[in-house]
Design a protein around this ligand. Structure first.
Ligand SMILES: NC(=O)C1=CN([C@@H]2O[C@H](COP(=O)(O)OP(=O)(O)OC[C@H]3O[C@@H](n4cnc5c(N)ncnc54)[C@H](OP(=O)(O)O)[C@@H]3O)[C@@H](O)[C@H]2O)C=CC1
Ligand SMILES: O=C1O[C@H](COP(=O)(O)O)[C@@H](O)[C@H](O)[C@H]1O
Length: 503
């Protein structure tokens, strides 16, 4: 059943990269699956002069080419409209209000509007103010929702300021702060793995878990985004938002119900329980790195400082790793390790739960032959799935133990469409479900947690930025972060490791 009410989705920043690469293809996929209401329209808005027809033509390039879709594409395109507008000029907003009313009338759409901010962040407070100036922010007759893209500020102070401004014009329940990691099917599956399985739930705590490792690696560098990235770095780009949200999902208590506030309350509690990092401990608990020139598969690869838009003396981190603790009943004493970086050997995001070893060594005399440490690997991407590693007897004489795999891959499910993160999140917002969107208080709490790290880096130039050759797993010193253990070095396929590893 389609629970989505008729509405118009207004995309600010419609001539930009995100709109063409992610938003329009996601909307098309929803349309194809008949998940959009019959009365639905998209109004693209930005300064570039384009007609409706020109906008439709531009977007066509980003829709799938398969012949079977051509008729669907032809049905979909007329739903797209375009309005050139100086988005930062309040005087132009009556034009927007009138255009919306006309589209609504033409298509018999009730005046329900979603405003998507896909512009440079400097407009995130300007556009809501301008919408309010023509009373597009509130209505008694229809809904008004605001989707805000990341980044939500660049530090704690700016995040608070942004929240305050947004809340001046929209209520919290109208605001949808997007974190596309929460839209990933495999991230949501973490809740199901944890809370729908009697075998996992009882052991998900400090009694059974030795440590938790979270990796989000990218093989790409900064590509065309050097200018943006050099002002941001891995901490602001990936850690404060996506990785913190993953930590929330792994560590949260069971919510009372699967509803937005119940889940978001539990995520907030995790952030509230993070043991604060002291500025003085940053050098030992946190590692930052930057990729340097190297050869990957015999090809010379640029170092970060040679990338377009990057300061040749930049100290911006393209790699980040950290050890931290969650001081609550469930996680007392369990170290968490996270790492993320660009130009690492492969693109992979996964959570590895390392279970404690058995209390007594029964089999064999050497450490290696006696025990395996069981691992549960939740693969977010690619090859989405779950892998359990456990010890089995090597057939034959004696009792030698070897580690074997039990795995599930989403790909094995026949005919299952894994929705893209934007597809899922857009649909949720259309249905008024904010469960997979970040709440303002949690965003601020996440910033508050990482702020001492940013301060330490700013105040203490002696904290090193370690170099690592592009195509490697980050600075060598990262290996020493995990006490008594080592990082998993994942391959493209979830189940591969050891002697065979396709990257
Ligand atoms: N691209 C991506 O994959 C991701 C992007 N984001 C975030 O989404 C937002 C949009 O990103 P992206 O599409 O890549 O950005 P682009 O630079 O490609 O597009 C920016 C858009 O904003 C419009 N715009 C309106 N007013 C202004 C103004 N005053 N100055 C500059 N541009 C203006 C531009 O169009 P015009 O010049 O015609 O007005 C353009 O359509 C950013 O905040 C980014 O951080 C987040 C995650 C991923
Ligand atoms: O938000 C961002 O995420 C992407 C990584 O997203 P993924 O879905 O491909 O894992 C990252 O490349 C980008 O720098 C960052 O802004």
């Amino acid at each position: 059943m389609n629970h989505t009410k008729p509405h118009i989705l207004v995309i600010f920043g419609a001539s930009g990269d995100l709109t063409k690469r992610k938003l329009i293809p996601a909307l098309f996929d929803l349309y194809k699956q008949k998940l959009l209401p019959a009365q639905f329209a998209v109004l693209g808005v930005s300064r570039t002069e384009l007609s409706d027809e020109e906008f439709r033509n531009r977007m066509t390039e980003f829709l799938p080419e398969e012949e079977t879709h051509q008729s669907v594409v032809e049905e979909f395109l007329p739903k797209l409209y375009y309005q050139p507008l100086a988005t930062d000029d309040g005087y132009e907003y009556p034009i927007l209000r009138d255009r919306l009313a006309t589209i609504a009338k033409q298509n018999v759409i009730a005046e329900n509007y979603i405003f998507y901010l896909s512009t440079p962040p400097k407009l995130y407070d300007v556009i809501p103010a301008n919408l309010a100036s023509v009373e597009l922010n509130k209505s008694d007759d229809g809904f008004r929702r605001l989707i805000v893209e990341k980044p939500f500020g660049t530090d704690l102070a700016s995040a608070k300021k942004l929240n305050k401004k947004l809340l001046h014009y929209f209520d919290e329940d109208q605001i949808y702060r997007i974190d596309h990691y929460l839209g990933k099917e495999s991230v949501q599956n973490m809740l199901v793995t944890r809370f729908a399985n009697g075998i996992f739930e009882p052991i998900w705590n400090h009694n059974f878990i030795q440590h938790v490792e979270i990796t989000s690696a990218e093989s790409l560098g900064v590509e065309e985004r050097g200018g943006y990235y050099d002002q941001s770095g891995a901490m602001r780009d990936m850690v404060q938002n996506h990785l913190m949200q993953l930590v929330g999902m792994v560590a949260m208590e069971p919510p009372v119900v699967i509803e937005a506030d119940a889940i978001r309350n539990e995520v907030l509690k995790v952030f509230q329980s993070l043991r604060p990092i002291k500025e003085d401990d940053v050098a030992s608990q946190v590692i930052r790195g930057q990729y340097t020139e190297s050869h990957i598969k015999k090809e010379l690869v640029k170092g970060y400082r040679q990338e377009k838009g990057v300061n040749p003396e930049s100290r911006t981190e393209t790699f980040f790793a950290m050890k931290f603790f969650i001081d609550n009943w469930r996680w007392s004493g369990v170290p968490f390790y996270i790492r993320t970086g660009k130009k690492l050997p492969t693109r992979v995001t996964e959570v590895v739960i390392h279970f404690k070893k058995t209390p007594h060594h029964l089999f064999g005399t050497s450490q290696a032959s006696q025990q395996t440490s069981n691992q549960l690997i939740i693969r977010i991407q690619p090859d989405e799935g779950i892998l359990l590693k456990f010890g089995m007897k090597v057939p034959g004489a004696g009792f030698r133990v070897q580690t074997v795999n039990m795995d599930f891959h989403y790909d094995d499910l026949a005919d299952t469409h894994l929705p893209s993160a934007y597809e899922r999140l857009l649909l949720d917002c259309m249905q008024g479900d904010a469960t997979l969107y970040s709440r303002g208080d949690a965003v601020e709490k996440a910033w508050a947690y990482v702020q001492p790290i940013l301060d330490a880096w700013q105040n203490n130039p002696d904290i090193p930025v370690y170099g690592y050759p592009a195509g490697t797993w980050g600075p060598e010193v990262t290996d020493k972060l995990i006490e008594g253990g080592s990082w998993r070095y994942p391959c493209k396929n979830l189940s591969d490791d050891g002697n065979y590893c396709e990257l």
